[in-house]
Design a protein around this ligand. Sequence first.
Ligand code: PEP
Ligand code: MG
Length: 744
Amino acid sequence: MNNVVLALTRIIQAVSQSNSDSDQVSIIVESICKAMEVDVCSLYMADEHSNMVLVASHGLETTAVGQVTLQPGKGLVGLVVESRHPINVADAQHHPAYRYVAETREESFRSFCGVPLVYSGKVIGVLVVQGRAARLLSDQEEAFLVTLAAQLALLKVSQPLSGGPAALVNLSLKGVQGAPGTGLGQVRLCTSGDLYAVSDRPCDNIETALQEWHQLLAEVRGSIDIERKALQGEVSESIAGIFAAYQMLLADPALTEGVEQGIRNGNWLPGALRQVIQHFSDLFQAIEDPYLKARHEDIHHLGNKLYNAWRGIEEPQTLSQGPVILVGPQVSVSEIAAVPTGTLAGIVCFEGSSLSHTAVLANAMGIPAVMGTGNIKGIQSGQTLIVDGNQSQVILHPSEALLQEFQKLIAEDQQLLEQLKKLRDEPVVTTDGERLRLYTNTGLLADITPGLANGAQGVGLYRTEIPFMVHDSFPSEEEQVQVYREVLNAYAGKPVYMRILDIGGDKPLPYFSVTEENPALGWRGIRFCLDNSPLLMTQVRAMIRAAAGADNLHILLPMVSATAELNAFRELLDDACRQLSGEGVPLHKPKVGIMVEVPAAISQLPFWSEKIDFISIGSNDLSQYLLALDRNNARVSSRYDHIHPAVLHEIRRVVDCAHSLGLPVSLCGEMASDPVAVILLVGMGIRTLSMSAAKLPRIKWLIRTISVGRAKVLAAQALRMDNAAAIRELVRTEILGLGLKALV
Ligand code: PEP
Ligand code: MG
């Protein structure tokens, strides 16, 4: 145990690069034996009945792997699980908890040290080392094993392994909610971007790496040919031309020899490939011609293709005809856009959480999504997958019976949506006659239609950052005018609340990277806009120009926390109006309001009543900042709940304050589409809600079934409770009692 950190890093790196699960566990146990100079290393993982299954061993009888199952509490392994603590004994056979397992032939080993693997507070496995000599492991060795176990648990090695092949059927992986609904389809892996994350490393064997490189080139040439033939006649000439371009790039000596040179200089193959691909991509990116500039994406794509082939990851050979589930560490907008309309059945991201950009998009499009599942090892393009956005789970290898069950559920869901369509033009009115307004949240052009089709009475939140995100540079004033005009015209006669650029935090711009220690508390929303006033001026001018002739534009300011920010924006707006009227643009000065999402804004509202025309509660950020829970951190996102009593109390404070100041108040975060939250919000006095179009019909159904009187009683009860789970249960029971089971 000379260099503990190095040994640890090597093992973790090897594990994360292995391709299959059996590779993964074999590498773990073998490398630990080597690093710790012990005779045996074994890994036990919990199955669904909490039995500990021996899933890998270096040193014990190989036939025992997959066969030996220790019931809970049995043997020293059981003791590790029960005590949640390392058990380090010099002579295991003399320990009272020792239980001999004949299949492992472990009688020749005396020393034993077992440490638990804990994930999300649960013991999911036990890592054991054993030795022939009777000796206690040193403190340093024990600490090494504990550190390793903590790292392995983080990699969630448990999930694809537990219980052997039989347990793989209907294997359910928990994530966090991205978007509700259920989808079933074939996996399409989104692995783009991986090559750029590869670091340089010394090359173990230069000659072998050179050979590998030439084999890789031949293999990828072959697979591109197959893809081209498969798509012949199905896609347009221009798309087919991409394949020819890839072949040309693959034959280009600058690429082939560049990588060779990198390997000869001592870099390993993926590192050498990354250097060359990045170099060419940068060259193209620097070209002014927009067409040529955009080719850097092709180069990047080709680099990923080579890298994935090297890793043995298969890409789909053809665009599948049936429903597609996009799966990847992250799923980008362009990957979503690449799936033909109507065929996207679900999205699964290993990273991210409910409010990350992909989830917001999925919600807007009505596509079921599960986020933050952790890496799903061994998942392959083409395999069937169920995405259950309602229960925030993904089901791998579904059995025929389960598939049928889900097909039935999906059909019922579609039927419900069909029925709810009839409510489209019905008023949004409670059973005791109170009228509400339901608006839609949008941000994509394609998003206009679902909002209108579902009966939205306006746009409560137009997220302008999405048009900015799908570009590869800041859009010009003219481009913005076109985009905004389309939305304002589509909703003519109805209000449109356009938010100024809210980038930063969880919404980075690909072409304007800002690295911050703590982005959620950093340069985002109005802070970023005011510091980049030319950008803000362009945007405000574009909004006003787009609204010329219509008077439905409302400007919404994100992340406001100080009076100075409001004053600065007011000045800029006056300036924009002066400029535009000087240019002869017909002006209608828009109403201006703020998002209440930074808690500091709440106590300041009375000071701002003369400076703003309305308030919109951004419950996503408001909850995140009140609870000090990063909404994009999958490790803590399960603790995030906007039903938390602290959030409810602050919302009630905002609503009461807005009413006393005579300011219109609405809510546009995810709470607006959570049926439990909606009842409480109505009870607290909210009458305007804005949500993604896909959820609007259900919320309309809910509102037309409840009474304000009853909602007030429930809200008062909830505000006297101290935990979110109990509040949810209270309101859920009410929803079930109203016969709205389909909503919860
Ligand atoms: C919010 O914070 O509630 C909100 C609607 O804004 P976003 O999710 O875009 O930050
Ligand atoms: Mg926000």
